[in-house]
Design a protein around this ligand. Structure first.
Ligand code: SAM
Length: 251
């Protein structure tokens, strides 16, 4: 069953009002009609099973058949502080980050960041990538995309165990993640890496410089590798959570 995020204000007792964009998607892309059913997530952890009742060109409405707690969320807060990168790399990090459980994307401007501040259209596109990835992979809440801030500000806002992978670090990331608990904050540098004074600042602020092995990874590879290792250390791959829209295997 298709999943859609909506804002809680579009849910009105037993009715859901869809946005014009969603109405167009039902009709033109998904070829849905009256009576078809979808799952609607309020972004705050509730999942509604909805039957479409009215489908216009720019308007659609449905009736709530049942509601349940939305699954698909990590066990705790997973913050990815990612230096802004060029081209499609940042978009790729957003999409894969959503799938791997990131709860907050914090774009950072660092000493060696090449990319400028994103414009309004980029911003809209990034939010759409997050929403589509969250709908596709079955997240129960919409990950937050924060406004870009400086590395210093990101350090000041870090929460819980904080890891900063650098090519000069000796401590293996797996060691740093032993006995880790939520929340986690991960800092990933830009194409040119972190400046040594930034690594010192991070260490002084309580973040742990860690190694991701003997090869220098591209920034997007480093982000994904670190997310996978962190999620694995937190047991995120150890339990299957049945999804309302997928028939689970009988064991
Ligand atoms: N020449 C750059 C440098 O000296 O840091 C390489 C930067 S790398 C392309 C981009 C980011 O990925 C780094 O800032 C770091 O956060 C992470 N990274 C890549 N490979 C890594 C490794 N083997 N160990 C730890 N971090 C790594």
């Amino acid at each position: 069953m298709h999943r859609f995020f909506t804002s809680p204000e579009l849910i009105d007792s037993d009715r859901v009002h869809f946005t014009p964009e969603q109405a167009r998607q039902f009709r033109s892309v998904l070829r849905m009609g009256k009576g078809d059913e979808v799952l609607v997530l309020d972004g705050e952890g509730v999942c509604y099973h909805v039957q479409l009742q009215y489908l216009g060109r720019t308007e659609a409405q449905g009736r709530i058949l049942s509601s349940s707690r939305a699954g698909g969320e990590p066990g705790g807060e997973l913050r990815l502080c990612q230096a802004l990168t060029r081209g499609e790399r940042f978009e790729w990090i957003l999409q894969k980050g959503v799938e791997l459980g990131v709860t907050l994307f914090q774009p950072m401007l660092t000493t060696r960041t090449l990319r400028r501040q994103p414009g309004a259209s980029k911003w809209i596109r990034w939010r759409r990538i997050i929403q589509e990835a969250a709908e596709q992979c079955g997240r129960g809440r919409l990950p937050v995309l924060a406004e870009p801030i400086t590395f210093e500000q990101a350090l000041a806002e870090k929460k819980g165990l904080s890891l900063i992978p650098t090519v000069t670090a000796l401590k293996p990331v797996r060691e740093a993640l032993q006995n880790a608990s939520w929340p986690l904050t991960l800092f990933v540098g830009p194409e040119g890496g972190f400046d040594p004074h930034e690594v010192d600042m991070a260490r002084n602020a309580g973040a742990h410089p860690v190694s991701l092995g003997a090869r220098t990874l591209r920034t997007e590879t480093a982000a994904i590798a670190l997310l996978i290792l962190s999620a694995a250390a937190m047991g995120e791959f150890d339990h299957a959570a049945p999804r309302a829209d997928i028939q689970s295997e009988v064991t």
